[in-house]
Design a protein around this ligand. Structure first.
Ligand code: GTP
Length: 598
């Protein structure tokens, strides 16, 4: 295909603003799908995604469109994940495009993700086509939202397309605008091959399938290729284009989007963001922007039933085949036994992995409180990364502890500014400034420790703003913090799964609250149970669970043996769901107590 007739674009939007619905309409109008094939919201096809309504994994689809100028164009729609945890994937997908359709829901207006996606698109010099969606709804505020978009992007309201993706109104103008306003791909046909991997997935039969955009040169079936980051060489067994199914072709030319299968057995060898080059060319510069993914949030995952340990290990291995960002390594806990310490890109990524383990692999899990990665500088000047509170070196050997900091934007109606500021201050936020988008919507800029949002920040933000505030962030770096490790002791034994690293000012309150919660959750036993919270050797809080006097069978007056046995059986059942620490039995709920604090 002559590259002047190719248009590569993405759709960027805040969650629920109508990205999938518009994608459906575009596929329909270009007859990429027959009506029989047309199934609603084809672009996100993982069951979990559909349920959560969040596009997680990028895919691409090619459409043919005959424009008003009489020529036929090849339009490649590259789907982008829509959540902050997957920013790097969004950024690679955008790097494969020249244009982006920016959808804003006319009933909701600009949201935090709209802003961060626009910034990403601008970083990649993309042509942005602003589109107001849902104009069929009575609550659409077309003029006010147009003004918000102008405040964000510049330009004028006339540049915006007004559509209803659901009803199909205005969608043909979107296709025309893509052809007229998005530039064709640049790049040299006669240059050595350079192709960007913007997504990849693992297929049990074919190995890794890379989704690629050819930036320079041509990729041919049978060519010997090299992945730049790993230096590994392979033969291109199959190349082709994507029309929902894969369609094999002999070549992919400059500017084209498609897939590559090369017998790669591990997803790490064909990483998102890497450049595919021809193996015999040594001196080709890789495309810019590759970075290996680094997990930001960590948590211990333990099987409820210790017999499930092997199943859990296998399941993690399988998930990892398709998810290069998921890290895990074996870990043991005195209370929880054998499990894994896992690293995730963020909270949503963590939840998705946990849910898939439970749902697809049927493994019941206990997860420990999520935490972030700390940098610990020792008295001797050494720097150590700590991902697990129980491996924090003692305070006496520590010079300082650094924690990850975010640059956060919170977009909200002005009336909630007070309530949200109060929340963010409680979470140790440092105020930077306030920007107004139009008169009644503001963006608050804050610096915020990542560790302060890993528990329940989103929920709290939604509740103090009645659901109106939206939140997004970038990572900013590491910063020194006055942090301490808080341990929980049960009759003197540390309950390692409940240890956390926390700011000194908050440690006492947290410790007190946690002891109180545990007192409610730990059943009375035959002896006294003392629950303590400690910073180093200093006890900051203490609660006691009184001993039980009666034993369960005492109330069956001697005789009835079957009834006695039944009671003992039942007691045994109950025990299964307990974890043992020393002599003390701890119910599983206790390990979740920390998630429900505040
Ligand atoms: P994520 O996949 O969660 O990012 O959402 P999305 O941006 O893809 O949104 P989606 O297309 O799933 O639309 C969200 C909701 O808005 C759905 O219930 C759609 O039916 C509805 N919707 C989308 N476009 C329109 C429209 O033009 N008018 C009306 N009334 N509803 C729409």
């Amino acid at each position: 295909m002559d590259s002047s007739r190719i248009r590569n674009f993405s759709i960027i939007a805040h969650i629920d603003h109508g990205k999938s619905t518009l994608a459906d309409r575009l596929l329909e109008m270009t007859s990429t799908l027959t009506p029989q094939e047309m199934q609603s919201q084809v672009l996100d096809n993982m069951e979990l995604e559909r349920e959560r309504g969040i596009t997680i994994k990028a895919h691409a689809v090619r459409m043919k469109y005959r424009a008003k100028d009489g020529h036929e164009y090849e339009l490649n729609l590259i789907d982008t994940p829509g959540h902050v945890d997957f920013t790097y994937e969004v950024s690679r997908s955008l790097a494969a495009c020249e244009g982006a359709l920016l959808i804003v829901d006319a009933t909701q207006g600009v949201e935090a993700q709209t802003v961060s996606n626009v910034l990403l698109a601008l970083e990649h010099d993309l042509t942005i086509l602003p589109i107001l969606n849902k104009i069929d709804m009575d609550t659409a505020q077309v003029e006010a939202v147009q003004q918000q978009v102008v405040d964000l992007l510049g330009g004028s309201p006339e540049d915006m397309l007004l559509i209803s993706a659901k009803k199909g109104l205005g969608v043909s103008d979107v296709l025309e605008a893509i052809v007229q306003r998005v530039p064709p791909p640049p790049g040299g046909t006669d240059q050595p091959l350079r192709a960007l991997i913007f997504d990849s997935l693992y297929d049990a039969y074919r190995g890794v399938i890379c989704f690629i955009r050819v930036v320079d040169g041509t990729l041919r079936k049978g060519m010997n290729i090299r992945f730049h980051a790993t230096g590994r060489t392979y033969e291109a067994e199959e190349v082709g284009v994507l029309r929902l199914q894969r369609i094999e072709t002999d070549t992919l030319g400059t500017g084209e989007v498609g897939y590559l299968i090369a017998g790669v057995r591990a997803i790490e060898d064909a990483r998102v963001g890497d450049t595919v080059v021809e193996a015999r060319r040594d001196a080709v510069e890789p495309l810019p922007g590759y970075k290996p993914l680094k997990p930001m949030v960590f948590s211990g995952l333990y099987p409820v039933d210790s017999d499930d340990y092997d199943a859990l290990r296998n399941a993690l291995g399988r998930l990892r085949l398709n998810d290069a960002a998921l890290l895990y390594e074996p870990e043991t806990s005195t209370a929880l036994g054998f499990g894994f310490r896992c690293g995730f890109l963020g909270l949503l990524h963590m939840e998705i992995v946990q849910e898939r383990l439970e749902r697809e692999y049927g493994i019941d899990l206990i997860t420990t409180v999520p935490n972030v990665r700390y940098e610990v500088v020792g008295k001797d000047g050494s720097v150590m990364e700590v991902e697990n509170p129980s491996s924090l070196p003692p305070a006496s050997a520590t010079e300082e502890i650094r924690e990850p900091i975010l640059a956060a934007q919170i977009l909200l109606p002005s009336e909630y500014i007070g309530a949200v500021m109060k929340l963010v201050n409680e979470r140790r936020g440092t105020y930077i400034n306030t920007e107004y988008l139009h008169t009644d919507r503001a963006i608050l800029h804050y610096e915020l420790p990542l560790g302060e949002i890993v528990t329940d920040f989103y929920d709290r933000l939604k509740s103090v703003s009645r659901g109106y505030a939206s939140f997004d962030y970038e990572h900013k770096g590491m910063r020194r913090g006055d942090l301490v490790k808080l341990d929980v002791l049960i009759n003197g034994d540390a309950l390692d799964a409940l240890s956390i690293i926390i700011h000194r000012d908050k440690a006492q309150t947290w410790g007190r609250e946690l002891c109180r919660k545990l007192k409610e959750l730990i059943p009375r036993q035959l002896f006294e149970v003392v629950i303590q919270a400690a910073i180093g050797s200093k006890i900051v809080s203490r609660e006691t669970v009184r001993p039980l006097r009666k034993n369960v069978v005492a109330k069956c007056y001697g005789g009835d043996i079957t009834r006695k046995r039944k009671l003992l059986e039942r007691q045994k059942e109950g025990k299964k769901r307990m974890k043992q620490l020393g002599k003390v039995e701890i119910p599983q709920e206790a390990f979740l107590a920390t998630l429900k604090m505040d």
